[in-house]
Design a protein around this ligand. Structure first.
Ligand SMILES: NC(=O)c1ccc[n+]([C@@H]2O[C@H](COP(=O)([O-])OP(=O)(O)OC[C@H]3O[C@@H](n4cnc5c(N)ncnc54)[C@H](O)[C@@H]3O)[C@@H](O)[C@H]2O)c1
Length: 424
């Protein structure tokens, strides 16, 4: 994933087909002029594409800008520009005539990407700076940034936090580059609010902070977890059974983005100007309970062996260490990272009262089981492994865990838990 070093014209293509099924029921609640034109960075990704398709259905002209071509057919009214948010010239060209930018492009949230420090920094921070600059130069009056709950959550419990009572997690204490850089970008976006635009007018900005996103055809979490389940890598559960987190269905998050953009207009009294909002489905769940339909539909039992979170945390630390150390010679798959372990094990839930009151956000009710059903339909069913194969794998997994734990204790000089220890 590299910036366009030549500054040559980005690849452009226009819609030729129908929106995918996941878009069909999503209605953008736009009350703005039909000639509105918006640009969605990360428009080839799950949220960006869903948002763009939804806005296009409501009559808005939409540009989806992304390094990666969307895996779905473009909806009528959308145009795709293949470009990098770090390519200043491409951004400038793409923003011609745009009224509102939704900045959803980001890098490093999960998997091996999580450890690519330079890429993460340059896309999440550098790219956001360039997006803000381009908005000012192109006199775009509205910018909505897709942030994350991780700007506030860094492994310490948060129960029903809100925008006022929960501060940013200290930048130098974040355990992963993604969360730290998203927090910087979140602050940069809010600081840009009120910037005068050349020739008159003002840039108004706001940020939305979702938890994990789910929905039909979601590609980041569900297929990864499903693949781990199928490979029998989820043999253990960990974390307090009372630990809770939020999720957000993609349609609810789309609704929040559309409302946030509207609330940056004079018609809505600039209600969202300079504001941050936590956005979720309005429910708190335990991850293992939440994932139950996935285990069930894949024909696997839920993990029943409970291991101490500190073991899993240390194992994740070792895997991260090995992944980085052995990168020049081979690839150690990142089953779990430390920050992912803490996300599962430590309660972090947020209120959505501010979004309800100021944006008029009203989350619809969705079921994770429906998304699982769609996923199962789209993949061929694998028969569950036989019991004869399961037991040796379980033992192997246990041995691996214990081995990694021993190695972790050795590497960490028997002082393992440090920052996260109090939460485990
Ligand atoms: N998925 C989640 O659970 C989750 C949770 C909280 C916040 N978020 C945030 O929501 C936003 C959308 O997430 P998503 O789940 O749709 O992720 P996604 O990976 O599907 O979409 C992100 C898109 O950004 C694009 N991108 C990355 N680097 C780019 C660059 N340099 N230039 C142009 N495009 C680039 C990627 O190609 C990708 O298509 C992100 O900002 C993410 O940080 C996601």
């Amino acid at each position: 994933m590299k910036p366009n070093p030549t500054g040559s014209s980005p690849e452009i293509c226009k819609a030729a087909g129908q929106a995918p099924a996941l878009q069909q029921k999503t209605q953008a609640r736009s009350t703005q002029a039909p000639r509105q034109k918006v640009l969605v960075t990360g428009g080839g990704g799950y949220l960006g594409f869903s948002l763009g398709s939804s806005l296009a259905k409501s009559g808005t002209a939409v540009i989806l800008l992304d390094l990666r071509r969307p895996r779905w057919e473009l909806s009528p009214g959308t145009e795709f520009i293949q470009a990098d948010v770090r390519d200043e010239d491409a951004l400038y060209r793409a923003l011609e005539g745009v009224d509102c930018v939704f900045h959803a492009a980001s890098y490093g949230m999960s998997g091996a990407e999580k450890l690519q420090k330079e890429q993460i920094e340059s896309i999440n921070v550098g790219g956001t700076k360039l997006v803000i600059d381009a908005c000012v130069r192109r006199r775009v009056p509205r910018l909505v940034y897709t942030s994350t709950v991780n700007v506030a959550f860094g492994g310490k419990p948060i129960e029903q936090g809100d925008e006022d009572s929960v501060p940013y997690f200290p930048l130098d204490e974040h355990m992963d580059h993604y969360s730290r850089t998203k927090a910087i970008a979140d602050q940069l976006t809010l600081m840009a609010n009120g910037t005068p635009l050349p020739g008159g007018g003002t840039l108004r900005t706001c940020v939305l902070r979702p938890p994990g996103i789910y929905g039909p055809e979601e590609q980041k979490h569900l297929p990864r977890v499903a693949s781990h389940i199928k490979k029998r890598m989820f043999l253990f559960r960990f974390g307090d059974r009372r630990a809770r987190m939020n999720w957000v269905h993609v349609r609810n998050l789309v609704q929040a983005h559309v409302l946030a953009a509207e609330a940056l207009t004079a018609a809505r009294g600039y209600a969202a100007s300079g504001q941050a909002y936590y956005i979720n489905d309005g429910e708190s769940v335990n991850l293992f309970e939440w994932m139950a339909p996935l285990f069930e539909k894949l024909g696997h039992r839920q993990p029943w062996v409970q291991v101490p979170t500190s073991w899993v945390y240390l194992t994740a630390a070792v895997i991260e260490y090995l992944h980085l150390a052995l990168r020049p010679v081979g690839s150690v798959p990142l089953l779990l990272t430390r920050s992912e372990v803490l996300s599962v094990a430590v309660t972090h839930t947020f209120q959505i009262a501010k979004a309800r009151a100021q944006l008029g956000y009203t989350p619809d009710k969705f079921s994770f089981a429906d998304s699982v059903e769609r996923y199962i339909q789209s993949t061929s069913r694998q028969p569950p492994a036989s019991a004869a194969r399961t037991l040796p794998r379980m033992l192997l997994g246990l041995l691996l865990l214990l081995g990694l734990l021993g190695l972790a204790l050795h590497l960490l000089g028997l002082q393992p838990l440090q920052a996260a220890g109090q939460s485990l």
